[in-house]
Design a protein around this ligand. Structure first.
Ligand code: NAD
Length: 283
C-alpha cells in the first residue's frame, strides 16, 4: 500500500503559490483568524495554520475574543475585520459559543474573503458546480491529494462516509464536478461495510475513531481519511484503522500527516486567490 503523504501535496501547492505571489506587487496577503474562547482544537488548528501560512511567506493575524463575548459585541468586532481592506481572507474557527448566532455570521462574512466556504453564496456556488467561489478547505484538500498524486477521478465510484456541511456534502459536489459517481453514507446507511467495498475511492469523514477497517475496503481501493482523534494513549489517529487496511487498499492517507497538512495549504491557496481578485477589482 502506498502512503499518500500530505507534506508532498502541500509542497506542490506551495510552489504554485510562490509562482503566483511573484507576480503580485506590495505586501503579502493577510489572513485573519477569528477565534472565540480557547478550545484546544481551535488553538491547535490556529497554530498549524499560522505555521503553514507564514512558512509560505503569507501574513496572519489572530483576532481572539473571550468565550463569553455577547452576540452584539462579537458582530461589531467581526464586521470590523470583515471590512478591513488589509485583510484579504478570513478563517472563522467554529463552532462558536451558543450565545452567538453562527448563522448570522455565515451570512455576514464577505463571500470574497470567505476562504473556508461558509457563506451561503459560496455554498451555492459549490453546489452549482461553479468553481469561482471557495469550497471548504478540507473538502478541497481531498481532491488536491488525488490530483497531486495523479489519481484519475473521472468515472470512478467514490463513496464518502459523512454528510456534514463542512466535509461530506460539499465534497460530494466537488467529486460530481470531477465526473465521479458518488455515494454518500451516513448513520442510517444499511450495511456500511458492503456499501464501502464497492468504492474505488473511499473517503472517510465520520468523526468516529477507527470506524473503518479492512472489511470496508475493496481490493485495490484508495482510502482518504479525514478524521482526527486523540486515542487512549494520547496519539493522533483517524477514522480509519490504518494498520488493518494494508492488504486491501492500494493507497491511503495517514493520520497525522495526511489530509490535515493539505487543508492548511488549501487555506493558503485560497488566501492568495482572494488577494489576487481583490487587487484586480481595486484597480
Ligand atoms: P460531523 O460529526 O459533523 O459529521 C459526521 C458525519 O458522519 C455525519 O454526517 C454522520 O451521519 C456520519 N457518521 C457518523 N458516524 C457514522 C457511522 N458510524 N456510520 C456512518 N456514518 C456515520 O463531522 P465533520 O465535521 O464532518 O468531521 C468529520 C471528521 O473529520 C472529524 O473527525 C473531524 O475532526 C475531522 N475533520 C478534519 C479536518 C482536517 O482538516 N483534517 C477538518 C474538519 C474535520
Amino acid at each position: 500500500m502506498k502512503v499518500l503523504k500530505g507534506a508532498e501535496v502541500s509542497a506542490k501547492i506551495k510552489e504554485e503559490i510562490l509562482g503566483q505571489m511573484a507576480g503580485m506587487d506590495g505586501q503579502a496577503p493577510k489572513l485573519a483568524i477569528v477565534r472565540v474562547g480557547e478550545r484546544p482544537d481551535d488553538l491547535s488548528y490556529e497554530r498549524g495554520a499560522i505555521k503553514k501560512l507564514t512558512g509560505f511567506g503569507l501574513r496572519v493575524q489572530s483576532y481572539a475574543y473571550p468565550a463569553d463575548i455577547s452576540d452584539r459585541e462579537f458582530k461589531e468586532a467581526f464586521d470590523a475585520v470583515n471590512r478591513d481592506p488589509d485583510v484579504s481572507g478570513i478563517l472563522l474557527l467554529r463552532p462558536l459559543p451558543e450565545q452567538i448566532c453562527e448563522k448570522e455570521i455565515e451570512e455576514r462574512i464577505d463571500p470574497a474573503k470567505d476562504l473556508d466556504g461558509i457563506s451561503p453564496v459560496n455554498i451555492a456556488r459549490v453546489f452549482a458546480g461553479d468553481a469561482s467561489g471557495f469550497a471548504p478547505c478540507t473538502a478541497e484538500a481531498v481532491i488536491e491529494i488525488l490530483r497531486a498524486n495523479e489519481i484519475p477521478i473521472e468515472g470512478k465510484r467514490v463513496t464518502i462516509i459523512g454528510r456534514s456541511m463542512v466535509v461530506g456534502r460539499p465534497l460530494s459536489m466537488l467529486f460530481v464536478r470531477e465526473n465521479a459517481t458518488v455515494t454518500i453514507c451516513h448513520t442510517r446507511t444499511r450495511d456500511l461495510p458492503a456499501t464501502c467495498r464497492q468504492a474505488e475511492i473511499l473517503v472517510v469523514a465520520a468523526g468516529r475513531a477507527k470506524l473503518v477497517n479492512a472489511d470496508h475496503v475493496g481490493q485495490g481501493a484508495i482510502v482518504v481519511d479525514v478524521g482526527i482523534h486523540v486515542d487512549a494513549s494520547g496519539k493522533l489517529c483517524g477514522d480509519v484503522d490504518f494498520d488493518s487496511i494494508g492488504e486491501r487498499a492500494s493507497m491511503a492517507t495517514p493520520v497525522p500527516g495526511g489530509v490535515g497538512a493539505v487543508t492548511t495549504a488549501v487555506l493558503a491557496k485560497h488566501l492568495v486567490r482572494a488577494a489576487m481578485k481583490g487587487r484586480v477589482s481595486a484597480d
